[in-house]
Design a protein around this ligand. Sequence first.
Ligand SMILES: Nc1nc2c(c(=O)[nH]1)N(C=O)[C@@H](CNc1ccc(C(=O)N[C@@H](CCC(=O)O)C(=O)O)cc1)CN2
Ligand SMILES: Nc1nc2c(ncn2[C@@H]2O[C@H](COP(=O)(O)OP(=O)(O)OP(=O)(O)O)[C@@H](O)[C@H]2O)c(=O)[nH]1
Ligand SMILES: [Mg+2]
Length: 452
Amino acid sequence: MSVVKREGTIAAIATAPGRGGVGVIRISGSNLLPFAFALTGKTPKPRYATLADFKAADGSTIDSGLLIYFPNPQSFTGEDVLELQGHGGPVVMKMLLARCLDLGARLAEPGEFSRRAFLNGKMDLAQAEAVADLIDAATASAARSAVRSLQGEFSRAIGELNDELINLRMLVEATLDFPEEDIDFLQAANAFGRLERLQLKLAEIFDRAGQGKLLQSGLHVVLAGQPNVGKSSLLNRLAGDDLAIVTPIAGTTRDALRSTIQIEGIPLHIIDTAGLRETDDEVEKIGIERSWKEIERSDVVLLLVDARTGVSDADREILSRLPETLQRITIYNKIDLAGRAAERHDESDGVAISLSAKANQGMDLLRQELLRIAGWHQAEDVFIARERHLRALALAQEHVAAARSVVEGFVPALELFAEELRLAQQALGEITGEFTADDLLGVIFSRFCIGK
Ligand SMILES: Nc1nc2c(c(=O)[nH]1)N(C=O)[C@@H](CNc1ccc(C(=O)N[C@@H](CCC(=O)O)C(=O)O)cc1)CN2
Ligand SMILES: Nc1nc2c(ncn2[C@@H]2O[C@H](COP(=O)(O)OP(=O)(O)OP(=O)(O)O)[C@@H](O)[C@H]2O)c(=O)[nH]1
Ligand SMILES: [Mg+2]
């Protein structure tokens, strides 16, 4: 239960904080014409830009800007919406916002405009999430996929699966009315073939959504290893910039340093860490603790090793401490000093790549391997998706598979079959928000930025 009242007129600065040519304040609620009149002395023509003075309570002018009135239900939220497009200075924007609050609006919570748009049926949940994901997109590919979801492509795909589930359920209901003939009935309607097709389609959408999730959140890659093996040099090489300090002194890096790069549109969050070793240096010790924390929350660890010495006992010690679930690539760095060629090869415990961060050798092998580990294989028609969507799709897949094994059983239990189909449909409904609990909605929208 939220204590915040959800109704009422809300206002927020919609543009990014800081200075800008133009700044926008968005207001959503009901009966906003009097509000507009009180602020400007004008009654704006719907959906036209009206030049107006935005007045303070004492009649002085705060700013002179454009006023746009979107009467309900034709607006972003489906309510009355007013937009004040003023000059984009932080002080003038704050003064304008304060004036809106004086006039009876309250500050919008994060995501509250989008939440209202969702509740008023302007978009479904997957589309609302796509709005936030578009704003957060780290690469152009991610942005393109987000727009695809925003325009309803993901929702339509889910809708098609849903329709097929409804058809199958109707078929079962009809069959249940004629219990003697159930098997023949299902066979005549090709229920088996349709289930199989549904499974294929679900698998395909799961795959596209998985790619979308990858585009959205990318991969967290941590560089780990003993001091001086070249972790910071590798970060700099991947980022194409001198971000981290590199010296021949062991124990140079203390704070974890991060940089987001992209490979074929996939955001990779690379984290350089302090070299792992036993040390009496207090500062370095803290750095090493931080390294382990970063390692534990990453998706992939690149374990760097000096190509001249190979995997040492100290490296094996590090390896034994790596979490089981973590994907790992062993990197033999400094091949230029070892007289070895850049290559990728399989070792008993995973893939290894020999390269030189400093001499820029073997870097493409590493990039390709990172994409492979990420599971990236598709560049077209991806829709942006989140972990939440993948879980719902996986659940739907489980129930459809269960439905199939029921129907293929020796004595098919039709009630059970129908129930599995219903559960599959419910799982899909969570994606679009048809069956989504209120508290989950709260969590989803609270992660949006303010003014969205
Ligand atoms: N100035 C401004 N630009 C913006 C937004 C905004 O709120 N204000 N948006 C904020 O995200 C996005 C555009 N989203 C919008 C979505 C729907 C409607 C709207 O008025 N819909 C009506 C009418 C549709 C029509 O005329 O075709 C409706 O759905 O009934 C407006 C903006 C991006 N650019
Ligand atoms: N020849 C050669 N030298 C390298 C290579 N990579 C790194 N080095 C050198 O090795 C030294 C250590 O490199 P760093 O990148 O600072 O190593 P690090 O693993 O970050 O070290 P710490 O931060 O102390 O843990 C520097 O002198 C680098 O120039 C390489 O591929 N070839
Ligand atoms: Mg370093």
